[in-house]
Design a protein around this ligand. Structure first.
Ligand SMILES: Nc1nc2c(ncn2[C@@H]2O[C@H](COP(=O)(O)OP(=O)(O)OP(=O)(O)O)[C@@H](O)[C@H]2O)c(=O)[nH]1
Ligand SMILES: [Mg+2]
Length: 225
């Protein structure tokens, strides 16, 4: 098979990077911390967001854009907790910035402190798409196995924090927390870890404090810019 190389003489990703940076800057200007939550299907993203909203000290300060291949089931679950807009990809296995921007236009952002993006359940493709977030958080449930960081490195390498979910199930599954963290830190040495049971609230204080601290840092940076 012969290979033909076509020189295009421009960085094809540059426009996407610039668009994501512009989106991020706009949210920064409005004092909104944007958190892109990624995980494999069923790791517990929606349940974590429900629990986070319940534990948030000031009501009405969180909003969410939720991505799914089909159905608005997650939006229905999240609607009692915070303003939500469902982003249905129609088959695509990840969210892209253009769809996020369209969704955002349908949300009232007055008073919002944190905008969550629940990505499509998939530990591979979402890691390759900058949605203009300030923080990327990868969730992994203990039932998925402690060997996943090395197998799905980009999801961990491009994240700043990792929530280990379904911690209540730890006694029932062979998940070595220390081995998991060591494996993850091989690909992302400064990853912050949170152990979580969203059903009971175990680990919620640390997670909420982390989000509040990240927003405080964002506001400080904006004020000194
Ligand atoms: N035991 C236990 N189950 C949990 C916990 N968090 C979520 N679950 C259950 O895990 C299942 C999947 O949770 P979801 O929150 O829907 O997961 P998700 O990541 O949003 O799923 P997708 O959006 O489909 O990718 C549900 O049956 C939850 O009740 C937890 O902390 N402990
Ligand atoms: Mg979900």
């Amino acid at each position: 098979m012969s290979v033909i190389t076509v020189p295009v003489d421009r960085d094809l990703q540059a426009e996407r990077r610039a668009a994501a940076a512009g989106f991020r800057n706009e949210l920064t200007r409005r004092g909104i911390l944007c958190v892109n939550l990624i995980s494999s299907p069923g790791a517990g993203k929606t349940t974590l967001l429900q629990a986070t909203a319940t534990a948030w000290p000031t009501p009405g300060r969180l909003a969410v854009l939720v991505g799914d291949i089909a159905t608005d089931r997650d939006a229905e679950r999240l609607a009692p907790f915070m303003p939500v807009k469902q982003l249905t990809t129609g088959g695509a296995c990840h969210l892209e910035l253009a769809l996020v921007q369209r969704g955002l236009a349908a949300l009232d952002l007055e008073g919002i402190e944190i905008l969550f993006i629940e990505n499509v359940g998939n530990l591979v493709c979402p890691a390759s798409h900058d949605l203009g977030e300030h923080l990327r958080v990868v969730a992994l449930s203990v039932t998925e196995g402690d060997d996943k960081p090395g197998k799905y490195p980009k999801a961990f390498r491009t994240s700043q924090a990792c929530v280990v979910t379904k911690f209540d199930l730890l006694p029932h599954v062979p998940f070595d927390v220390s081995r998991f963290q060591t494996d993850a830190r091989l690909v992302q040495p400064v990853l912050s870890f949170f152990s979580m049971c969203a059903l009971s609230g175990f680990g919620m204080d640390e997670w909420r404090n982390y989000l509040q601290e990240q927003r405080r840092i964002l506001l400080e940076e904006t004020a000194s810019a």
